[in-house]
Each structure stands twice: as C-alpha cells, then as structure tokens.
Design a protein around this ligand. Structure first.
Ligand code: UD1
Length: 342
C-alpha cells in the first residue's frame, strides 16, 4: 500500500517513513530539501533495509504537484509534513509562510480530488490552543487567536481541511503535536536544525557538544514550580508511530467523521529546568546555561490530555523524558562524529 509522505526527509517525516516501512507500507517522499538533505533516504535505508523513493520538487508548484499525482494515482493516502515551522521567522516573513504552508496544502488537496485519493493526515500543533484556560488541554478546548503567522497557518490549514471534506470524498485526521524531541535509537536520523536552533533540546545538545557557548533559558519568573515554562515533550518515535495508526484508521474505515483531531502528547509537563536536569543526569555533562528575559510569544504552560487519542486510536506515548533526551544526545554525538569524518 503506497503512502505519500511530504516532507519525508525532515525531522518528524523521516521517523515516520521508518515506522511506515517497518510496518510494510510502500513510501514515496516528496520534499524540496529546503530544510533537510537527500542523504536522509540513505539513512532510512540503513535502518529499514528499504530505500524510499524521493522526488525533489516544491509542492507550492501547482503543475509539478498535479503531474506527480497523475503519475502516482495509486497512492492510497497522504501524510503531509512539508511546511515551514520556525515561529520567529514567520513573524519576519509572513507572506512566505502563508504561501509555503497554505498553497502547498491546497495544491495537494486539489490533486487528491482529481485523482480520487481519499485520505490525508495533517501535521497540526498544540500552538492552536494558545495558553489554554484549562490544563491538561483536550481536543475540545477552544482555538485561541494565533500568536504568530506560523501558528495561524496551522489554524487556517485545519479550516481549509474542514471545508474541503464537506464537498469531497477526502477524509482528514489532524494530529496536534505537543513538543517532539529525541531521535531514532539507531542515531542514524534525528533533528537537524539549520543554523542556530530555535528549539530547546537541539540547543541543549549543541551547547553540550561545544557548538554553542551557553543555553539561554527564556524567563525564570513564570508562575510555575521553578519559574520556567512547562511543555509536554514527546519522543519523535512515539509521534511517528501515531501517524501509522492514523493511516490504518483511515484505510480500515474506522473514522467516526470526515475530520478528526487528536492530541499527540504524553499528558505530563516538564519545566525547562527539569529538561536540563534530565539531560545532565543522562549525559553526565554539566550544561552551561543562564536565565535571561522571557521570549516573546511563549505560553506559560501547556500539556496534553491524551485520553481521547489513547482510547480512540489505541495509541499511547511510551517513552519518558530521560529516554527522550538520551536519544537526542546520542544522535548529536553520532552526527558530529560523522561530520568530522567527512
Ligand atoms: C514552538 C511552537 C510550536 C512549534 C514548535 C516546533 C510556540 C508557542 N510554539 O514550541 O508551535 O510547533 O516550536 O518548532 O511558538 N527555550 C529556552 N531556550 C531556548 C529555546 C527554548 O529556554 O534556547 C524554552 C522556551 O522558552 C520554551 C521551551 O524551552 O519554554 C520549549 O521551547 P521550544 O523548543 O522552542 O518549543 P515551543 O516554543 O514550546
């Protein structure tokens, strides 16, 4: 059974391709390699023994997208990861974010309609909840006004999908990710941020390995246990597995309606300092960090109520925080060693 994975050489995409192939799915990747590298398909092959097909083009291009789907009309479903995701950058380049994230989605949906491809799993984000009024946050929580153009593209994308399913055969599962971290246990794939990382865990591992001087902890005066913000960190492999469950749910006709939403989190929140402590414990490294001013747009605390996902999907995040940061650290070390060998 053939599945299209857009953004399949990216961080979450590559881990999902591995899980799909491990479970017998045939995968074709479309990626413009704007934030990833072609070498990832070789790494996926090392893990699974199968080299996924990769087509390099931009899904913002309507003609190329239509041509691809025409040639691959036997695709059973789509998992759509390909998108820009840097919150700060989206504030500076809003139009690029709207074009890249929304036009690509519309092109895919039009081609799916033209070729009678019925299923799409969409990468959404807990950012749609903003700072929730109640914690843990369930799928029933209201959508808050987006803090950034990036967050807005996720909200608008969900709306585009909701409107599309009303007038077509297309069915959607939107997965709202909390904070994905960690890497595959093989350390052959992991997160590879371009330039200075925006996200916490790559910044921690790059600091520990000596690429960054010190980690800035954004704010120590939040009303939380230790003054730093709280997030629901989830292992990227747990997240990847949820996508395979979602694809199966669609194919096996188990959806309750044409547009379903699931939270992908562990249900447990950790503060920034707790993540740092977990890292120091598993690595034996002392991390250089200092507490600085708050970062604009950061919510104080958010963690998932994963009950609906657990019960309805029969999926549960299994890996704990130490395993998450240990795998991220193993990946950082393996990756830098390979870089030096090149
Ligand atoms: C952000 C986005 C989310 C997006 C995700 C992945 C928001 C509200 N959320 O999550 O939608 O899907 O990135 O790109 O914009 N931190 C530091 N120092 C650092 C980096 C981070 O202290 O150098 C802290 C942050 O203040 C935050 C926590 O670490 O409290 C996690 O930050 P980060 O990894 O950037 O993820 P989010 O901001 O939660």
């Amino acid at each position: 059974m053939k599945i299209l994975v857009t953004g399949g050489t990216g961080y979450i995409g590559s881990h999902t391709v591995v899980e799909l192939q491990n479970q017998g799915f045939e995968v074709v990747i479309v990626d413009n390699l704007s934030n990833s590298s072609e070498e990832i398909v070789g790494q996926i092959e090392k893990i699974t023994g199968i080299r996924p097909i990769l087509e390099v083009f931009d899904l913002v291009n309507r003609e190329k997208t239509a041509d691809f789907f025409k040639r691959n009309s036997d695709i059973k479903g789509v998992i759509h990861f390909a998108a820009s995701k840097a919150v700060g950058e989206s504030v500076v380049k809003p139009l690029e974010y709207y074009r890249n994230n929304l036009v690509s989605l519309m092109n895919i949906l039009e081609s799916m309609k033209e070729n009678q491809i019925p299923y799409i799993v969409f990468s959404s984000s807990c950012t749609v909840y903003g700072q929730p009024d109640e914690l843990p946050v369930s799928e029933k929580a209201p959508i808050k006004k987006a803090e950034s153009p990036y967050g807005n593209t996720k909200q608008i994308s969900e709306e585009i999908l909701q409107d599309t399913i009303k007038t077509s055969e297309i069915k959607t599962i939107a997965l709202r990710y909390f904070n994905p971290i960690g890497a595959h246990e093989s350390a052959l794939i992991g997160e590879l941020p371009l330039g200075v990382p925006n996200n916490l865990v790559p910044f921690i591992t790059q600091t520990a390995i000596g690429i960054r001087k010190e980690l800035k902890v954004f704010g120590g005066d939040y009303p939380t246990i230790d003054g730093t913000p709280i997030r629901d960190y989830i292992h990227v492999v747990d997240l990847a597995k949820a996508h395979v469950v979602a694809v199966r749910r669609m194919i096996e006709d188990k959806m309750k309606n044409g547009f379903e939403v699931f939270n992908l989190g562990t249900g447990k929140g950790y503060s920034v300092l707790e993540v740092i402590n977990a890292f120091e414990k598993i690595s034996g490294e002392k991390l250089r960090y200092k507490i600085v001013d708050r970062r604009e747009g950061d919510v104080i605390e958010v963690w998932a109520d994963p009950t609906f996902s657990n019960e309805e999907l029969g999926w549960k995040a299994e890996k704990g925080i130490e395993e998450m940061v240990a795998s991220a650290w193993k990946w950082e070390q393996a990756y830098r060693k390979n870089e030096l060998l090149k």
